[in-house]
Write a protein that binds this ligand. Structure first.
Ligand SMILES: Cc1cc2nc3c(=O)[nH]c(=O)nc-3n(C[C@H](O)[C@H](O)[C@H](O)COP(=O)(O)O)c2cc1C
Length: 154
């Protein structure tokens, strides 16, 4: 059976997560959707939703969390989470992970990559993670997607 995935993207700081999402989108021919524009019930026509976002205050973007909360029950559907952050960690995914599990999604994988960060006082030192995500990170993101795609639907 052919998988039918979509990426839901929020990227507001430097377009870091957008670069990651575009790398996956172009490699695998997957649409990138704006969670403010697609009604949550319509998103369930996709079998796999890849939630992609920068990390803002130890969390994924609030629009993405709000969107996930509005989704109808999604048993039989799959999800994955990818983020970029100044301090990458899967810990920042916990709220979205919890919502998705409650909705019945099967979570196929999660990845957190470094992203150029000039927020707050960091701008005075030129930011951290300059140049990230770089080519290696984009490669990792594509490998990650290839890996989770293979897990579906089994
Ligand atoms: C308002 C704001 C808050 C942020 N908070 C965090 C944070 O709590 N933890 C972290 O690791 N990075 C934090 N960052 C850095 C971003 O997660 C990082 O730059 C990310 O790659 C941004 O992705 P984007 O360019 O797709 O928006 C923050 C950035 C901004 C602008």
């Amino acid at each position: 059976m052919e998988i039918n995935p979509a990426i839901l993207l929020k990227s507001q700081h430097h377009g870091n997560t957008e670069r990651v999402a575009k790398a996956i989108s172009e490699e695998f021919g997957i649409p990138i959707l704006d969670p403010l524009e697609i009604p949550p019930e319509e998103a369930l026509r996709f079998d796999l939703l890849l939630f992609a976002s920068g990390i803002y205050f130890w969390n994924l973007h609030p629009d993405l969390l709000y969107f996930a909360k509005k989704l109808p029950p999604a048993r039989g559907k799959a999800a994955a989470i990818i983020s970029t952050a100044g301090l990458p960690s899967l810990r920042w995914h916990r709220n979205l992970r919890g919502i998705l599990k409650e909705k019945g999604f099967r979570i196929l994988g999660e990845l957190s990559l470094p992203g150029y960060d000039t927020y707050g006082v960091l701008k005075f030192i030129g930011g951290i993670r300059r140049g990230r995500p770089g080519e290696e990170d984009l490669k990792k993101a594509k490998e990650f997607f290839a890996f989770i795609e293979k897990k579906w639907p089994s």
